[in-house]
Ligand binder design. Structure first.
Ligand SMILES: *[C@@H]1O[C@H](CO)[C@@H](O)[C@H](O)[C@H]1NC(C)=O
Ligand SMILES: *[C@@H]1O[C@H](CO)[C@@H](O)[C@H](O)[C@H]1NC(C)=O
Ligand SMILES: *[C@@H]1O[C@H](CO)[C@@H](O)[C@H](O)[C@H]1NC(C)=O
Ligand SMILES: *[C@@H]1O[C@H](CO)[C@@H](O)[C@H](O)[C@H]1NC(C)=O
Length: 204
């Protein structure tokens, strides 16, 4: 007993112990602040709960197709797309959208897409016409066109680059870029032929 008493008396007098007590106290407060910040961010994250946008090529038609000996291709690609915003609290306003058709990285055609306003839980369909005029084919793109010419199909990759403003529950607004790649789209020259829906990769 006596020994314990003397010890605690000594502890109070010891400046080093008082210092470490302060340190413990300060680090507890710091920990509490960090905990509150993490909690706050998690709550915000969970309530906004951002989900990726979904893009699908619903149909792809080729008209006015001309591909001749000089390896120049002329065509109108009619690409029908759908996009699904499954976010309950985030809406997107498109400031610009550029849709392009490529074959093995060779740009065939591009055009501006619609200025969509994509609200919460919104599913929208749109179509863009991509005109290709006397584009010279080379290498693998030329080989692809020659191989598929008789079947009436044209295999293309569809790219979308968009700038959007997103709005999360009124308090968070920002701009970002969306990149969409729909690979290996089998565009048909005959509208009767059934189209194989193509699901796209989206980078937000
Ligand atoms: C190939 O077609 C383009 C138009 O798409 C035309 O300008 C060009 O003269 C044609 N070349 C040949 C060899 O037919
Ligand atoms: C493009 O194709 C869709 C069907 O996928 C059709 O409804 C639309 O009229 C076509 N647009 C043009 C300009 O041909
Ligand atoms: C859009 O996404 C939501 C949620 O993932 C889903 O329930 C809905 O069926 C989708 N709509 C379409 C048309 O794919
Ligand atoms: C989705 O938004 C478009 C306008 O961007 C609107 O025309 C369409 O009706 C909306 N769809 C649903 C299911 O709310």
């Amino acid at each position: 007993m006596a020994i314990a008493k003397r010890r605690s008396a000594n502890a109070e007098a010891d400046p080093w112990d008082a210092h470490s007590y302060m340190m413990t106290w300060a680090s507890s407060i710091l920990l509490a602040i960090i905990f509150l910040i993490v909690l706050g961010v998690s709550i915000i994250w969970l309530t906004v709960h951002p989900r990726q946008l979904h893009y699908t090529v619903e149909n792809a038609l080729v008209s006015n197709f001309n591909f001749n000996q000089s390896h120049l291709v002329t065509a109108d690609f009619n690409i029908s797309l759908s996009t699904n915003n499954s976010n309950h609290r985030v809406s997107f306003t498109y400031e610009s959208m550029e849709v392009s058709a490529k074959s093995h990285d060779l740009l065939l055609a591009s055009a501006a897409g619609p200025a969509l306003v994509q609200g919460k839980d919104n599913f929208t369909e749109f179509a863009v016409i991509l005109p290709s005029r006397n584009v010279e084919l080379q290498g693998p793109a030329l080989r692809d066109f020659k191989e598929t010419e008789s079947s009436g199909d044209v295999k293309i990759d569809v790219f979308i680059e968009a700038r959007v403003k997103f709005n999360a529950m009124h308090w968070k607004q920002d701009h970002c870029r969306i990149q969409v790649l729909c690979g290996e789209v089998e565009a048909h020259r005959s509208p009767e032929k059934a189209f194989q829906q193509t699901v796209c990769d989206v980078e937000l």
